[in-house]
Design a protein around this ligand. Structure first.
Ligand code: IFM
Length: 809
């Protein structure tokens, strides 16, 4: 079954069947005011934080899974028949109800046709604003006049705090007051935490009815599929005092034959009549932020058809510009659709929302995971350098003076210099080890080596230059090694479900340390800091014997307990081979080429499947002495217990590219590409289930009865790393301090490709030809017709519009 397809010219994903196997969602807005919306207009919104600024309520994991949402009902007042502008919640039979959903960048459009009436509901949050549009166009293409009542339905949260709103009902149900005055709904409460005001209004037609009390609108034993007010044809004029609020405004459209009408509903934060300031201590608007304008003023200024069109055009232009910073044309059109539009968009959403807001992340986790955040920076550094730099600065100030990273950074309350120092066993052994890669990306992209000398505070006390922050991270791991000379695993390494503690050792973190030593060594050498480069070289030499000893015959072990029990060993009956140490052996360069190749061959033989590479095999069913396997909570084949963890799959691409094996790197890329089966006859969308236009955190592995089904889409490290893998390793265009390196590792069938890329304020075009059909090997490179030795285009030769002609052979 095929549920949708890419429309690259419009930068949209078009869903042609709304009965998708799972909710296929989109993101709206900015960090000021954001939201998610499903293909059935389900979803929620929030102001500044999904956890502590909830505007629209969501009942997570409900049945159906994506309600409530932004619902608009249409009712034929002559027959009493009614439907919704999105297929659900009314859910008319799909044979009679014609639906097309266009998810775009920052907006979604719901096109519908039913009972001779066409409608188009467009929902988005204009750039920089704290309100959302639900703009509805209703068209009567028929020969007869029609009277259509339109009802909005927004279930407003009672409380800013999503938990209070959903869980502490003995309290939250009694704080809410929702009134209708002069065409406008005003939901307010004055809780212990903070005042919160929301407004809702409509333009384009007169209000003929309203309900602000949810239960009065829906009616007893009715649901969102058949609200009493809609069934009856009129709202009841209810006003909520306590219980639950809603925002329903009814308008009546008399439509002559052929007539179109547009009504514009808006939902915003603030007071309808007065300027409104968020005064929540520390979690509200930053001091100095101007107050939000009154709702009536917003309506007067923004709620016209011309303004809606202009705001949507501005939003689309903003995204086009942002994504225009890297565009490719390759022989693989699916790769192009992903890299040029949806995959790139996903990297921005992941950077913006971290792991906080989706249908599986309820918003409770308001903080930023250290490692996740460092990795999220990697894919967007070229597109939003200033935002990345700011985020990275914050991460550096969330590193403690002894060198580890705080497990969770709370951006709204983070106070460098006075955060508590975690106990050793609370640190994740990999967290701060992601800093070298992230800092190198910023320096490579900007060319600003001065960043290394910038002084930033530590989380708990003291301050140091960025370069010294990096050295502290490396020294911390070098200092905390176990009896085998490998890095202690502590609370976790990248794999949250493996606990090696302070006595066991992690091969993943050991290779990440080795990689960090290499990267910082290179940065230091380029900056003329030979002392630091030498220090990194001796760190690597110190690690070498332990790395050598961790070779298990055909691959590297995953880790080792204090008593010598090895995880990921050929001797083991479960968890014999793990993906992570073997890919990082190759990426870090800390083992011989021969071993790296053998390890990656073993990965291919034991872990590769048609849906991607499993994280380990066989999955675990029983505990291990000395090593915490919290992955045992997952059935075999799920998540970290032998699932296809897509994030780590990206490293398999990088590792194979580092080894120059382009066909295998590309096979891995295709194996978990969510859109790979977008062709008509391919049943992949049904198997994959999750959105075909974004990556998921994992796909159920071969040991699971759900093999091939993807889960936890959108907010995942898969987005960032796969983007790096495809653009910087497969296509091989990498920024370095000295300029732009072009080192593709292609499938041999390819004739070449082109990339347009922003680089240090210029736009450059890279044209790669591969007439000999090799995987790797640049035989010639010219910058604007001038030959270059090697494959680094020096910054000094690059101007805006430069063309790099590269030939492989
Ligand atoms: O690395 C982690 C990440 O930080 C959170 N999600 C799961 C990953 C693997 O365990």
């Amino acid at each position: 079954m095929r549920y949708g397809h890419f429309d690259d010219a419009a930068r949209e994903y078009v869903i042609t069947r709304p009965d998708t196997p799972r909710s296929w969602i989109n993101y709206l807005g900015s960090r000021l005011y954001g939201g998610i919306v499903t293909q059935n207009a389900g979803g929620y919104s929030f102001y500044r934080s999904g956890g502590t600024g909830r505007v629209l309520r969501m009942r997570f994991n409900g049945v159906p899974v994506d309600e409530p949402g932004r619902f608009v009902y249409l009712r034929d007042d002559a027959t009493g028949d009614y439907w919704s502008a999105s297929w659900q919640p009314v859910g008319k039979p799909l044979g009679e109800y014609d639906a097309r959903v266009r998810h775009g960048l920052g907006y979604s459009v719901f096109e519908a046709g039913y009972a001779g009436i066409r409608s188009e509901l467009t929902t988005f949050i204009p750039a920089g604003q704290a309100f959302e549009y639900w703009s509805l166009e209703v068209h009567n293409p028929g020969p007869d006049a029609r009277t259509i009542s339109v009802f909005s339905y927004a279930e407003l949260a009672n409380e800013w705090s999503y938990r209070q709103d959903l869980e502490n009902l003995q309290y939250s149900q009694y704080v809410v007051v929702c009134r209708y005055r002069d065409g406008m709904i005003h939901r307010r409460n004055s809780t212990r935490e903070a005042d919160s005001d929301l407004w809702f209004a409509v333009a384009g037609a007169d209000v003929v009815g309203f309900d602000t009390d949810r239960d009065a609108f829906l009616g007893p034993y009715h649901t969102q599929a058949n609200p009493l007010a809609v069934e009856r044809g009129e709202c009841s004029g209810s006003e909520a005092t306590g219980d639950n609020a809603c925002a329903s405004l009814q308008v009546r459209l008399e439509l002559a034959p052929g007539e179109r009408r547009q009504v514009i509903f808006c939902l915003g934060v603030g007071n309808p009549d007065e300027p409104w300031r968020d005064e929540r201590p520390r979690i509200g608007a930053p001091a100095g932020d101007p107050p939000l304008p009154p709702g009536r003023q917003v309506m007067a200024e923004y709620a016209t058809p011309e303004r809606v069109a202009a705001e949507l055009a501005a939003l689309r232009a903003e995204w086009a510009e942002r994504l225009g910073t890297l565009q490719v044309t390759t022989p693989d059109p699916t790769l192009d659709s992903m890299v040029n539009v949806w995959h790139a968009y996903q990297t921005h959403m992941t950077f913006s929302w971290s792991r906080g807001v989706s249908l599986v992340e309820a918003g409770d986790r308001d903080g930023l995971g250290y490692r996740d955040t460092a990795q999220d920076c990697l894919a967007v550094t070229h597109a939003i350098p200033a935002a990345v730099r700011e985020r990275l600065d914050m991460l550096l100030t969330a590193q403690t003076a002894e060198g580890g990273g705080l497990p969770l950074v709370k951006p709204l309350t983070h106070t460098p210099g006075s955060e508590p120092t975690p106990a050793l066993e609370q640190y994740r052994s990999d967290d701060a080890l992601w800093l070298p890669i992230a800092v190198a990306a910023v320096v490579g992209e900007s060319g600003d080596q001065g960043y290394l000398a910038q002084v930033l505070p530590f989380a708990d006390h003291g301050e140091a230059t960025v370069l010294d922050h990096l050295l502290r991270a490396l020294d911390f791991s070098l200092a905390h090694r176990g009896s085998n000379g490998l890095v202690q695993g502590l609370a976790a390494d990248w794999n949250d479900c493996l606990q090696f503690g302070t006595t066991g050792e992690s091969m993943f973190s050991t290779f990440l340390l080795a990689n960090g030593l290499r990267v910082v060594g290179e940065l230091a050498a380029a900056a003329g800091r030979d002392d630091v480069a030498d220090r990194c070289a001796s760190g690597l030499a110190e690690l070498a014997p332990a790395i050598d000893a961790a070779w298990d015959g055909d691959w590297f072990i995953r880790g080792i307990s204090a008593t010598g029990a090895a995880l990921g060993s050929v001797e083991a009956d479960e968890g014999r081979i793990y993906l992570e140490p073997n890919v990082w052996a190759a990426i870090s360069g800390a083992t011989s080429r021969e071993r790296a190749e053998r390890a990656m061959d073993a990965v291919h033989e034991h872990l590769a499947t048609e849906h991607g590479v499993a994280l380990c095999d066989p999955p675990h069913t029983h505990p291990m002495e000395g090593i915490g396997l919290s992955l045992l909570v997952f059935p075999p084949g799920h998540k970290e217990n032998g699932g296809i963890f897509c994030h780590a799959n990206s490293w398999a691409i990088v590792a194979e590219a580092v080894l120059g094996r382009g066909d295998r790197a590309y096979d891995y890329y295709r194996s978990y590409l969510p859109a790979k089966g977008d062709g008509d006859a391919d049943p992949r969308q049904e198997v994959h289930q999750a959105e075909p236009y974004v990556y998921s955190q994992f796909t159920h592995g071969p040991s699971s009865p759900r093999f091939g089904q993807a889960r936890n889409p959108w907010l995942t490290g898969t987005a960032s790393w796969t983007y790096v893998a495809v653009t910087q390793y497969l296509l091989g265009v990498r920024p370095e301090v000295g300029g732009l390196r072009v080192d593709p590792c292609l499938p041999t069938a390819w004739d070449g490709f082109e990339m347009t890329r922003a680089f240090r304020g210029r736009t450059v075009r890279v044209r790669v030809r591969n007439p000999e059909h090799v995987s790797r090997g640049v035989v010639s490179m010219e910058v604007d017709g001038v030959p270059v030795v090697g494959n680094l285009a020096p910054e000094s030769m690059l101007r805006d519009g430069s063309v790099l002609d590269v030939r492989l052979g």
